[in-house]
Design a protein around this ligand. Sequence first.
Ligand code: HEM
Length: 592
Amino acid sequence: MPHPFSRYRLRLFGDFVRIVLAPTLVFGSALAMCRIRLGLSTPIAWLAFVSTASYARVVHRDYTQRREAQQRGSALPVEVVGRWPGNIDILIKLGKSVLTSYPGSFYLSLFEEYQCTTLNLKLLWSDLIITMDEEHIKHILATGFNHFWRGRRQKERMETFLGDGIFNRDDEEWKKHRALARPFFARDRIADFDLFEKYGGATLTILRGLAARGAPVDVQDLFSRFTLDAAAEFLFGERLDTLHGALPVAGQAVLGTKGAATADAFGAFVQAFEAAQNIITLRQVRGYFWPVREVLADKVEPHAAVISAFLEPIVQRTLDRKKKMREAGVSPSAEHDTFLDYLADHTEDSKVIRDQLLNILMAGRDTTACLLTYVTYAMAMYPDIARKMREEVLKICGHDAPNFEKLKALRYVHAVINETLRVFPPVPINVRETREHGVVLPPSDPTYAPPPTPIYIPGSTVVMYLPVLTQRNSALWGDDADVFDPERWLDARLRRFTENPMMYTPFSGGPRICIGQNYARNEATYLLVRLLQQFDGVALAPEAQPAGSLPPPQWKHGAGRASEERIWPAYAITLFVKGGLWVRFRQASDEE
Ligand code: HEM
């Protein structure tokens, strides 16, 4: 169902009234009162009046912001100055960069050009702050938490997709969601490895079959199925069994929105899920005026419908079961087995339940699958690292299923996971908004000479922060910041992080820190142990990548890691490998 009064349409209407309608009324009334007739020149005069009114508003806003900054002994962030009015050229470059550049590289080139770590892109005369500054990110997420929120702009962008879920709410509603979800991530629940064994076993059976034939596999797709199946049973008590569906086949797989696409019902769900994330990312890049392009049709809506159709039966089954229990006089137990049961005991509104479900699925599926995918990529790129991981796994766990203590003892494997999350953070870019009142940021980190006065961010301003750049910043991590080196988590370099933990925020930080962090770490470590017990080698299979998914040739001359990458890292809310990660595993000869 289209939403004619969706948040973004209402905002667009409000802006239209403010920017066009109100000045038009003033213009018409002034002409009428003064009895002026402009004849054929009326449209030109009207356009000049409306434009001048807009310009005056921008000048007034800029003046007010400067005054507010001065009153607080601070200055506004440095503004990017493009070649075209309204920085339209920057906006176009930004749009292109999402599709063709190494993640974050366009922003990095601006930071380098302006020699600062927090900038205002000033797109189409509106403020859009970008920051890779560790001190500023700390303030946004933790020390200055109350000055920021996800905010109105983000809600506009995400409403059709994430609705009333935890990722799309602030204040009391968010607190309620968080309090609801947290008990399900208590240690005794997340240290129950039966599920990981069950779905890990299914994953490895597939890998063994393919390895025996020397056939390549898209592990990004496979790991997404593993994390989805495990999360669905853990949180909803549902067997989705996507691991038993049709997998992408090398040579036949086509380039989907993120990975390789399959043509079954699950494939349709995944495509819709990924397409919606992609559209939301593009909306973010297009900034303030994205609703203009979608005033007639919300582009997320058709995908949201496919996602709903996939999830609705799951919700309905639970609601029906609860109803029958109520009719039979069985009262809900305080110790709920699953999150879905818990939700269904608190509301019968299937949309509310579906939204929660979708939010947690998004949180649990793509991020952990991304982590596993990039660990596999690192193992293929750096065989010595893979060898050391395997040695440690065999020494500590042998060929048995690991328990909690054994997982904890895998120091090198954890270092590889930490390093993967540093170099390839599953959420590479994120957004907040200042609340109604502006905020003075703490002094900048030491990357460039800090500005002489503190930076002031006006109220209701969107701030985009970039862990993908902060976590590879050589001023914080040392000259080898771009090098994938797990040892930095085990040697003296670790001090850099322990003294300054907010330079590493793959799971975010502060009150909204990820609640699934330990679940995700356990899940990923468990699967890696089982994988390394059985396979002693993994190699990239570039010939199996769908057409158009290998890194563009110009990356060879790019800065940082771009020149060395043999896959195409891209992002749409979460990081992924374009076209999927196609690899071949080698079965170990010492496998039991
Ligand atoms: C490697 C895996 C994961 C990474 C890197 C990751 C990362 C993140 C990040 C960066 C945030 C903050 C988002 C924001 O505030 O804008 C977040 C929040 C969250 N994550 Fe994770 N996550 C992972 C796995 C999981 C899993 C497995 C679950 C649950 C099944 C989960 C559940 C959540 C929830 C519910 C939130 C929202 C917290 C809130 O807003 O209060 N995450 N995660």
